[in-house]
Design a protein around this ligand. Structure first.
Ligand code: HEC
Ligand code: HEC
Ligand code: HEC
Ligand code: HEC
Ligand code: HEC
Ligand code: HEC
Ligand code: HEC
Ligand code: HEC
Ligand code: HEC
Length: 319
């Protein structure tokens, strides 16, 4: 017993040391080392940038990000331009030195993300970000976000979109363009599914991709297993149950839950169903042969009308 406790403590200590060492190594690499090596008087303030970069100062002041970076209460390394581009004095000592200033458009995806996560790591740890499909495909924060707005058309400056009741509210996510258009640009096959006859009302502007997809995993989402039905029943609460008689796939007890029968984006079939025949149910109920023959399909003949779950009938014949 005592031996085990000893071993566990040793492992924990080793883990903590390793984590600290990793953190330390990160802080010594570009671009974070610009901040860790800076002296207090290396920070010159935003006014110092005006003579040479006026247009960027103007564009930044229009952005939704600016109010978060003003105010004497902030430490200099979190204030104004230098919070993102590094201490001005280091840049001005050697103006053409590429690593003397943080140039987002000329950095690797990992370097960009590191610079942004210096502040945004509180809600989204670097290790979580680097496990996402987007980070692994070498996308960075600025594949989707734009800090310096370019035009009046950018949603940066536009009014927030109208949202469904109960859905999360976006603030000013500083996207390069309207979200649905942004995501569709890279995900053409999914965008095409939203053009099928029966689809979630995303092209109509009543939904967003991020109502279902989590672009930024946070601590909360790591702690729990995210079930496929979770975003679905958030909006379709009548399908959530619990019911006295649960139907395994709808209850999320098997397979892909709602997606055993529905397609999430759109479908050529009504109700976004995968199939619009008894074949839908026969995916699993192979034991029901041709003698168990409903007129058209298993739910429209007035029989299994409560296949999402029933409080009164174990065969889902009534709600
Ligand atoms: C005396 C003029 C001067 C001042 C003041 C100045 N810079 Fe620069 N900056 C330059 C020059 C010159 C370059 C190099 C341009 C190049 O490499 O094409 C540059 C490059 C940059 C770049 C990279 C631009 C690119 O296109 O790659 C950034 C970012 C930048 N500066 C930010 C700042 C910030 C933030 C401040 C204020 C703390 C600042 N600069 C102050 C002259 C200045
Ligand atoms: C929140 C972080 C952030 C702040 C604060 C910020 N910038 Fe930027 N800056 C960026 C990013 C990201 C880019 C890359 C292009 C884009 O997203 O618009 C950029 C691009 C630039 C560039 C062109 C170089 C390049 O890499 O494209 C210059 C010059 C620049 N910024 C100057 C400034 C000045 C001057 C200020 C202060 C008024 C400032 N920035 C404030 C994040 C920031
Ligand atoms: C010096 C700290 C700092 C850095 C560096 C920084 N941010 Fe922020 N950012 C903030 C703060 C503070 C907020 C306010 C809301 C919050 O805490 O999430 C914010 C808000 C945002 C928002 C939401 C805006 C809104 O209105 O809700 C986005 C998007 C964002 N940042 C993207 C970025 C990107 C992309 C980068 C890297 C280019 C970056 N930030 C770098 C401090 C920073
Ligand atoms: C694939 C596109 C995409 C990438 C890549 C991306 N974001 Fe976002 N971001 C979004 C969208 C869309 C929203 C608004 C909806 C939401 O909050 O999920 C958003 C919202 C935000 C917000 C404000 C909402 C919040 O959760 O606080 C911050 C801050 C932010 N992003 C920071 C970042 C940072 C930092 C990175 C890089 C590590 C990054 N984003 C990478 C698309 C992206
Ligand atoms: C610049 C291009 C680009 C943009 C913009 C973009 N993605 Fe992606 N996305 C990718 C790439 C590349 C992958 C990884 C390869 C793949 O699975 O297709 C990916 C993967 C995904 C996946 C699959 C995740 C997985 O685990 O397999 C989802 C879901 C996704 N993106 C949703 C979104 C959403 C939502 C948005 C808008 C907020 C968005 N993407 C914006 C390029 C992009
Ligand atoms: C109603 C919820 C919902 C909406 C809205 C939604 N998706 Fe999905 N999406 C899903 C589900 C559920 C899956 C399947 C996930 C799985 O199989 O793990 C999925 C899968 C994906 C995949 C991965 C496909 C694959 O074969 O791996 C991508 C990429 C994707 N969606 C992009 C998008 C984009 C882009 C948008 C917005 C234009 C969007 N989604 C809107 C629910 C949604
Ligand atoms: C952000 C809220 C939201 C989320 C999340 C959501 N839906 Fe929907 N769903 C809607 C809206 C809105 C409609 C359109 C209803 C209308 O037009 O009256 C809809 C329509 C449907 C329909 C067709 C209904 C009909 O009458 O034709 C089905 C089936 C459906 N959703 C299943 C799902 C599934 C499965 C998921 C999870 C992958 C899901 N929904 C996630 C909001 C949502
Ligand atoms: C066993 C197959 C199956 C599963 C699993 C399933 N559905 Fe359905 N769903 C159907 C069928 C069949 C219809 C068409 C019913 C009709 O037209 O009367 C339907 C209709 C719907 C509708 C539109 C009509 C209505 O009753 O509101 C919504 C919304 C819906 N399903 C959501 C969901 C959600 C959310 C889940 C997951 C919790 C889910 N479904 C799981 C088969 C299924
Ligand atoms: C993904 C697999 C799957 C699909 C698709 C499916 N079911 Fe089921 N169903 C089950 C499972 C598992 C049970 C409970 C275990 C069992 O007894 O077979 C069940 C139970 C039932 C029951 C209760 C009676 C019984 O056999 O226990 C009925 C009635 C039923 N399903 C009807 C339907 C109808 C109608 C459809 C099509 C709309 C459908 N099912 C589609 C997996 C599925």
């Amino acid at each position: 017993m005592a031996k085990h406790v000893f071993l566990m403590t040793g492992m924990l200590l080793g883990f903590l040391l390793l984590t600290a060492a990793r953190q330390h190594a990160r802080e010594r690499t570009f671009p974070l080392m610009l901040f860790t090596q800076a002296k207090a008087d290396d920070y010159l303030g935003t006014e110092a940038c005006v003579p040479c970069h006026r247009s960027y100062v103007v564009s930044f002041r229009q952005s939704a990000h600016a109010p978060y970076m003003e105010g004497a209460h902030l430490p200099p390394e979190r204030r104004g331009c230098e919070a993102c581009h590094g201490p001005g004095a280091v840049h001005l000592r050697e103006v053409l030195e590429p690593k003397g200033v943080i140039r987002y458009s000329k950095m690797t995806a990992e370097e960009v993300s590191r610079a942004c996560l210096r502040c945004h790591g509180a809600t989204m740890r670097p290790s979580q970000w680097h496990r996402t499909a987007h980070a692994r495909a070498s996308l960075s924060c600025i594949s989707c976000h734009q800090i310096h707005p370019r035009s009046e058309k950018q949603p940066n400056l536009a009014a927030p979109m109208a949202r469904l009741p109960g859905a999360r509210k976006p603030s000013h996510p500083l996207l390069k363009e309207e979200e649905a258009a942004l995501c569709s640009r890279c995900h053409a096959p999914q965008a095409a599914e939203f053009r099928l006859n029966f689809h979630h009302p995303l092209p109509e502007g009543r939904m967003l991709c991020t109502d279902c997809h989590e672009v930024h995993p946070d601590r909360e989402s790591l702690r729990r297993v995210r079930l496929i039905r979770e975003p679905c029943v958030h909006c379709h609460a009548d399908k959530m149950g619990p019911f006295v008689f649960e139907h395994d796939p709808a209850a999320g007890w098997m397979g892909d839950s709602c997606l055993e029968c529905h397609r999430p984006h759109g479908s050529p079939n009504p109700r976004m169903l995968k199939l619009f025949s008894r074949g839908l149910c026969a995916q699993c109920h192979t034991e029901k042969g041709v003698q168990h023959y409903p007129a058209r399909n298993c739910w429209e003949s007035g029989c299994h009308v409560a296949h999402h779950g029933s409080n009164t009938n174990p065969l889902f014949l009534s709600h």
